[in-house]
Write a protein that binds this ligand. Sequence first.
Ligand code: MRU
Length: 340
Amino acid sequence: MNFEFEGNLKKLKAVWYENNEVVMIDQRMLPEKVEFYRAKNSQDIAYSIKEMVVRGAPAIGIAAAWGLAMAKSNHEDMDAATKLIGSTRPTAFDLFKAIKFMISNNFTVEAARRYSQEITNRCRKIGEYGDNLIPHKAKILTHCNAGALAVTEWGTALAPIRIAAHNGKDIFVFVDETRPRLQGSKLTAWELQNEGISHAVIADNAAGHFMHTKQVDLAIVGADRITASGDFANKIGTYEKAVVAHENDVPFFVAAPASTFDFSLNSGDDIPIEERGEEEVLSIAGKRIAPEKSRAMNPAFDVTPAKYVTAFITEYGIFKPNELKSLKSMIQKDMFMRED
Ligand code: MRU
């Protein structure tokens, strides 16, 4: 496995650059098999993002950054490569952040390396700040996968969990299975198992029951795009978890780096929501589960209004939704994140 160790903290790499190829863990194959996908040009990168070989907003951004650097060194038409990669997944803001960063840094390999390293380091800080919110013996709910596979090395929602466990806190994680793609049961549970963190996979429909019966102390999720008002998009099903958390006084945290904040939007209503293929809902593991003539609807994300968010966990610290103005001004002063 491609783990690196820092002390006894395991660091999993999800995407990297090697011999002029972008290499990634093929997340479609987990947890059965660890296989690697090797992208050789911008078409392969677009395929890997669209088909979810690599997924999770920050990891999509990192794959795009490496992909554009590779395209440049392949002497591809950079306008076409940028358009193609930018057309893959509309909700994840990190994709557009990474593309802008690469355009303003001439698509160099060095810029992609910096981008990947910066996002990774920032997620570690998210883990350190978020650890302060996790009491000893906490039972934590998470949705989808916002772990190392979704970023490389730390994750966003899983970074505080990983650091809390590493600091000796006895914690337990409720892992929403996350239909239709099952990122919870396939990916988050795999990451937690690799790290020896206690957890149970629960059916998406069960989260309300566990919150209502006071078995969940807090929830931490990632985000695909966060607006200036604090409304945010994340994996479909996040909205209803947040509403139920609010109803049951369960603190609801959203962990994300600056690259996920889209301050050009104020309302969550303006976030474009990706619609994916019907087959993801109509089948499980390639086997059709619905009648032959039934159709499906498959929005990949939903929007949670800011009023349900207790706080955002970022690399700059913890911010309540009504404190996002001060986060914005910090981001604007941050050389790496600011957009001139
Ligand atoms: O469709 P996916 O698997 O890319 O959706 C991923 C999520 O919704 C994550 O919670 C989000 O991208 C944050 S990942 C650190």
